[in-house]
Design a protein around this ligand. Structure first.
Ligand SMILES: [Zn+2]
Length: 166
C-alpha cells in the first residue's frame, strides 16, 4: 500500500486498516513466534496552507507477544502509537532539521521525506518498532511471591534476569 505522501497530506486524506501482527515481519523478528493479535492503524494527512507545512498523523494500537526480560515468560503487551511527522521535500532538508534538533534549536518534531511512493504499512511498522520497550517486563512476574528466594538465585537464568534490570 503506497501513497504519494505530499499529495495525500495536502488532500487531507485518511487511510486505515487492520493487520495481523505476525505479518509485520520486522516488528516480529525478535519476538515469540506465536503472534495471534492484530494491529489497528490509521494514517491521516494534514496541510497547513499559510506555512505550507504538510503532516502525517499516525495512530496504531494492537497486541504483541513479547518475552519478559525478568522471568523470560512470554506475555501480551499493548503497543500504542500516536505520532505526527512533518513532511519535507528532500533528504537535505531532513538532515538540516535533524542538525537543528541535535543542537537543541529546532522544534521537537520528527520529519520524514515526502516520498511519492511511501509504503504506509512500512511507516506504521517503523513507528510500532520505535514504540516497543527496550526490555519489556511484567508489572508483576507470575512466578514472583511463590518461588523461594534460594532457588531463584540458583536458576540458570539468574544472570539474564540481572542483566534485564539495567
Ligand atoms: Zn515476568
Amino acid at each position: 500500500m503506497v501513497i504519494d505522501a505530499s499529495g495525500f497530506a495536502r488532500a487531507g486524506q485518511t487511510l486505515d486498516g487492520r493487520i495481523e501482527t505476525q505479518r509485520l515481519v520486522r516488528l516480529c523478528q525478535d519476538l515469540p513466534e506465536s503472534q495471534s493479535g492484530e494491529i489497528r492503524w490509521q494514517v491521516q494527512g494534514r496541510f497547513d496552507a499559510p506555512s505550507g507545512q504538510a503532516w502525517l498523523d499516525i495512530e496504531a494500537q494492537g497486541d504483541v507477544q513479547v518475552v519478559c526480560q525478568r522471568c523470560l515468560e512470554p506475555f501480551g503487551l499493548t503497543l500504542r502509537v500516536s505520532r505526527t511527522l512533518g513532511l519535507v521535500d528532500t533528504q537535505a532538508q531532513l538532515d538540516a532539521m535533524d542538525a537543528l534538533e541535535t543542537e537543541g534549536r529546532g522544534p521537537e518534531i520528527e520529519y520524514l521525506v515526502a516520498e511519492r511512493d511511501l509504503d504506509v504499512l512500512g511507516l506504521v511498522e517503523d513507528e510500532l518498532i520505535l514504540a516497543m520497550p527496550y526490555a519489556p517486563r511484567h508489572d508483576v512476574c507470575p512466578g514472583d511471591g511463590n518461588l523461594p528466594e534460594p532457588s531463584r538465585r540458583s536458576s540458570p537464568f539468574a544472570v539474564l534476569k540481572d542483566l534485564g534490570k539495567n
